[in-house]
Write a protein of this length. Structure first.
Length: 268
């Protein structure tokens, strides 16, 4: 059982892996000895993060900048990754954005921007990477399993895709609810082929997306978390490593609330 939680030498791709929750996840995998690729449209930040994390070790981190909101950007990322690797063990779909505005002012453009990156391109990237994920399965594996060590897809969702958010983030919360369902559909279809798909419905973490909200209402947000704190890098990295290791090999189609209990901490 010594290797129950190991991901050493596994090949990982984290979209949006240079900042925020994505960087927390990338850091955890590198510290666990994995070979991690990160992608972001901000090439400078992507390259800087890859250099920083490789120095941290003992795993390595590699930058493939790409604008994942665009179909061509996804194709370019997959093409480049396929040049460098013969297989992919773990795909973490983390890249996303948000848009908040009052109902009467909520722009139509917000829906296109948020749904494209948070949902449509998650499907596109996953679809394009299925061959590399399948290539990670043991040689000679039967097409119908059984799968002791499947390839993994981890989708970074949100508690706002489960509950009604207090902020007016119509497109964001809708996109995350849809992402949770997409993950379940992928679990059913790809699980038969040796690829699991699970979702982490994240609560409040220290990230750029949450920065303004935490600055304005940290005490209130923390007060709604039964564990009494904001999520830490080790929380989300640990959950991803669990799902990617032998310990999580039988988890498929799950939506795991990674929120300190905020979903069950409602007050009358």
């Amino acid at each position: 059982m010594a290797d129950l939680f190991t991901v050493k030498d596994k090949v990982v791709l984290v979209s949006g892996g240079a900042k925020g929750i994505g960087k927390m996840i990338s850091t955890g995998f590198v510290q666990a000895g994995a070979k991690v690729y990160i992608s972001s449209r901000d090439a400078a930040s992507c390259d800087k993060a890859a250099e920083e994390l490789t120095k941290l070790g003992p795993g390595t981190c590699h930058s493939i900048p790409a604008d994942l909101s665009k179909y061509d950007g996804v194709e370019g990322l997959v093409k480049e990754l396929s040049k460098r690797e013969k297989h992919l063990n773990i795909l973490v779909n983390n890249a996303g954005n948000n848009w908040g505005a009052p109902l009467e002012e909520y722009p139509d453009a917000a829906w296109n921007r948020v749904l494209t990156l948070n949902l449509q391109r998650v499907f596109t990237l996953t679809q394009k990477l299925v061959p590399l994920l399948l290539a990670s399965l043991p040689a000679g594996s039967p097409e119908d399993g059984p799968w002791a060590d499947p390839a993994r897809i981890i989708n970074i969702g949100s508690v706002d895709g489960i509950r009604v958010p207090s902020l007016e983030t119509y497109a964001y919360s809708s996109s995350k609810a849809a992402l949770h369902q997409l993950s379940r559909v992928l679990a059913a279809q790809l699980g038969r082929r040796g690829i699991t798909s699970n979702t982490l419905a994240c609560g409040p973490f220290e990230s750029k997306m949450m920065a303004a909200t935490l600055a304005a209402a940290r005490d209130s947000i923390v007060g709604g978390v039964p564990l009494g704190r904001i999520g830490s890098p080790s929380d989300v990295a640990g959950a991803c490593i669990f799902l990617s290791s032998k310990a999580g090999a039988y988890v498929n189609g799950a939506t795991i609330a990674l929120d300190g209990g905020s979903l069950v901490g409602g007050k009358l």
